[in-house]
Design a protein around this ligand. Structure first.
Ligand SMILES: Nc1ncnc2c1ncn2[C@@H]1O[C@H](COP(=O)(O)OP(=O)(O)O)[C@@H](O)[C@H]1O
Ligand SMILES: [Mg+2]
Length: 222
């Protein structure tokens, strides 16, 4: 499903200093696997997720998703790839505060050629899976942290993405909502999603559906 071979990422700052954030990363994730990516702050987790989401190109190496080399995608094709294949759960709440929960899901769908009815059905299904359907009409600014996170999950899966990438998804949640989030991941696993979660939250030890754990330190897999 996802295959990385000898992926390197070097950032160059304004003083032309190079910093290697990822070093020779090779990994493989099969369909419907749930994989944890552990690593302390600054170890390269977000960079790796950005590369898999084709939000960023590696400096060298091969990245194949569903048999397609995504490194060579143009910006246009990269965003089409993201819309069709990737759900992205972020650690901070990039939601439009003044819109309702359901309105926040629309941008993920507007570029698809769907009827209004089909859009409404997809939104209803995603909100129900993320257990936030009862707040569909409520403004995001009035939601609790846990509810916002459920809204982000609904947005990530509304396009039927096969791959769900989560970047420190429980960083802003309390214990109760973090445990609730684990339940949602279990649901996604049952829906046969392929899941990659970057985290250093020990609560994920409770997540039973984990198939594999990778450790990233200083940009290298251990
Ligand atoms: N755009 C960038 N330019 C320069 N350095 C960056 C950039 N993005 C990330 N880095 C550096 O790469 C390293 C890994 O960052 P990141 O992938 O965000 O780590 P993590 O998500 O594990 O905390 C950090 O040292 C960070 O400062
Ligand atoms: Mg990060």
């Amino acid at each position: 499903m996802i295959q990385l071979q000898n992926v390197n990422k070097v950032f160059t700052d304004t003083n032309h200093n190079n910093f290697q954030a990822l070093k020779d990363i090779s990994l493989a994730i099969s369909p419907n696997e749930c994989v944890l990516l552990h690593g302390s702050s600054g170890s390269g987790k977000t960079t790796l997720l950005h590369i898999i989401a084709s939000l960023m190109k590696p400096s060298s190496g091969l990245v194949e998703v569903k048999g397609e080399n995504i490194v060579s995608l143009s910006d246009y094709h990269a965003s089409a790839y993201r819309r069709s294949t990737i759900g992205y759960v972020t650690q901070s709440f990039y939601l439009l505060d003044n819109l309702s929960v359901e309105e926040n899901l629309l941008p993920a769908l507007v570029l698809e050629s769907l009827s209004e009815k089909e859009m409404a059905q997809k939104i209803k299904k995603a909100l129900s899976l993320a257990n936030i359907e009862h707040k569909a009409k409520q403004k995001v600014s009035t939601l609790s942290g846990g509810e916002k996170q459920r809204c982000i999950i609904a947005r990530a899966i509304v396009n039927d993405a096969e791959i769900v990438l989560c970047d420190e998804p429980t960083a802003n949640l309390d214990k109760k909502n973090s445990l609730f989030f684990l339940g949602l991941i279990q649901n996604l696993k049952n829906l046969r999603k392929t899941i990659l979660i970057a985290t250093h939250d020990p609560i994920f030890e409770k997540l039973e559906c984990v198939d594999k754990v990778y450790n990233l330190e200083g940009g290298s897999l251990e």
